[in-house]
Design a protein. Structure first.
Length: 510
């Protein structure tokens, strides 16, 4: 027990060791069945094909600070396979799981539910993004909270690193830093090391702001880029009951939020961090980019962090209050449902493709087509194939007017997405008549543009259905490029509902 009355366990404790071992096994098993989508692939492609100079010149376009990329660069430059990114991600997520199991001041069943429910049991475990390292650092801050006065420099360094993982955690970090600075300024007598720890954290915040400062040609430039009024409803529902597409779910989760906030009421520091941090996240999702369930999960992570540090404060009145018991019961109910959701996603990950990227790469390699010139549209979905090809290479992105692998995420990227597929098909046919054409949508009447369909990935994708991919070959090449043998010719273009002009255009058998 600590001075604050928080139970701590070592990794030798069976309660920690056994679930952590299962968590690692789960993570490693799932990543071997996971097909990366464009955002996962893009980080690795930047690390493999980009330079640090170019990276730091484009972080403002990307909206993500450098820490995740800096971890990937050495591995990718050393020639490690793409799977290394998934392994690193599982290890980072397992660090978070260890902190929750061994250090979180919650009942054991709650700790288990947190670790294995949807967000930490699937979203932040399997899908390799920058959020895993950010959440590891967030919960490291929670674990340090009771000793932050004695370990100011370590606390400040951890906070600085966290703010360099994502713009969302930068907003949360600035709130934590502001509260720490206010409390430290009021503290008497003046403690040694106080200012240096705050200076380290402040330097980290400034470094992140410098990296993320939006350039004039940024894709999401401006204080207000878009307005999404549904963001509030989505954050309230999907942060506690993710993956359940039911309208009105927020009416179920709002009472849970109220119960949790009521439990924080006696500890003002935690309450301020949650309300201000949530406001920052809501601003991003309402006025910049709403994102998806992975972003809504950061609201849930913030709530857990604030409940953790409130418990660590050791206020007996708080721990014994009815409000705390109600909050825990309500949270447990949500977590139990979220655990069931996670199990559904585990099964889908094991049996169905997350994206068509890997299947398309395997086809190109098996048919000896990977060395051919390949034009891709849309650029980002097509680029996901590159991480799975046996030999590193680049695609030609006609709508961007360049060859490449990773995305620059500037304004031209959004403009490229608006270019119609038919326009790009005509451009490829006229300027590169021997190029293969990779798309993430069926080309209606491909023969009109001088193409025939070779292969389409499975339409059983359970997550990124905009990454069902198609590969076309020019008609002028005759039969030098053959369609896949396990396809059969069809006299109609089923995706367009019109007669096909090429009998080789085919679809996968049922």
């Amino acid at each position: 027990m600590t001075a604050a009355g928080v139970e701590r366990s070592s990794i030798r404790d069976p309660f920690v060791f056994v679930p952590l071992a299962l968590y690692l096994l789960l993570g490693f098993a799932l990543i071997t069945h996971h097909e990366a989508w464009r955002d996962e692939a893009d980080s690795w492609l930047w690390a493999r094909d980009g330079s640090l100079e170019e990276l730091f010149g484009h972080l403002g376009h990307m909206g993500t600070p450098s820490l995740w990329y800096l971890l990937l660069f050495p591995m990718a430059k050393a020639g490690l396979p793409f799977l290394a990114q998934g392994v690193l991600h599982v290890l980072l997520s397992s660090g978070t799981a260890f902190l929750i199991l061994a250090r979180a001041p919650f009942p054991r069943r709650v700790r288990l539910l947190v670790v294995f429910s949807y967000f930490f049991g699937f979203e932040y475990l399997v899908i390799a993004r920058n959020y895993a390292i950010g959440l590891l650092l967030l919960f490291a801050l929670a674990a340090l909270d009771g000793e932050r006065r004695q370990r100011r420099i370590l606390f400040g360094l951890t906070l600085a690193l966290m703010m360099n993982t994502s713009v969302h955690l930068l907003f949360i970090g600035v709130v934590i830093l502001s509260v720490e600075a206010w409390e430290s300024w009021r503290e008497r007598p003046r403690p040694r090391g106080r200012d240096f720890g705050l200076m380290v954290a402040f330097a980290g915040a400034m470094a992140s702001v410098w990296q993320l400062w939006p350039p004039l040609d940024g894709a999401h430039a401006g204080i207000i880029y878009e307005f999404e009024p549904r963001a509030l409803r989505w954050t309230l529902s999907q942060s506690l009951l993710p993956g359940i597409p039911v309208y009105g779910l927020h009416f179920v989760t709002i009472p849970v939020f109220i119960a949790c906030v009521a439990a924080l009421w006696r500890y003002k520091r935690s309450l301020v961090i949650f309300t201000a941090g949530y406001a920052g996240l809501l601003y991003i999702m309402t006025f910049k980019v709403v994102g998806g369930v992975r972003h809504f999960g950061l609201v849930y992570a913030l709530l857990l962090y604030c409940m953790w540090i409130a418990e660590t404060a050791g206020e007996k009145t708080f721990r014994a209050a009815n409000s705390r018991r109600v909050a825990m019961i309500a949270l447990e109910c949500c977590l139990a449902i979220s655990l069931a959701t996670a199990a559904v996603y585990w099964a889908m990950e094991w049996t169905r493709p997350f994206s068509g990227s890997k299947e398309m790469a395997e086809y190109l390699d098996s048919e000896g087509l990977a060395s051919r010139q390949i034009a891709a549209h849309l650029p980002a979905p097509g680029s996901a194939v590159l991480v799975y090809l046996q030999q590193p290479r680049r695609f030609w992105f006609p709508a961007l007017g360049r060859e490449g692998s990773y995305m620059l995420w500037d304004r031209t990227y959004e403009e490229a997405d608006d270019v119609p597929l038919q326009t790009v098909a005509r451009q490829v046919s006229e300027t590169a008549p021997e190029s293969l054409f990779l798309t993430n949508a069926p080309l209606r009447g491909p023969a009109r543009y001088g193409f025939r369909l070779l292969f389409r990935t499975s339409d059983d994708v359970f997550a990124k259905d905009d990454e069902i991919l198609y590969i076309y070959t020019p008609l002028g090449l005759g039969n030098t490029v053959r369609a896949r043998e396990d396809w059969y010719p069809d006299e109609t273009d089923s995706t367009a509902g019109v007669a096909s002009e090429v009998t080789a255009a085919a679809k996968r058998p049922e």
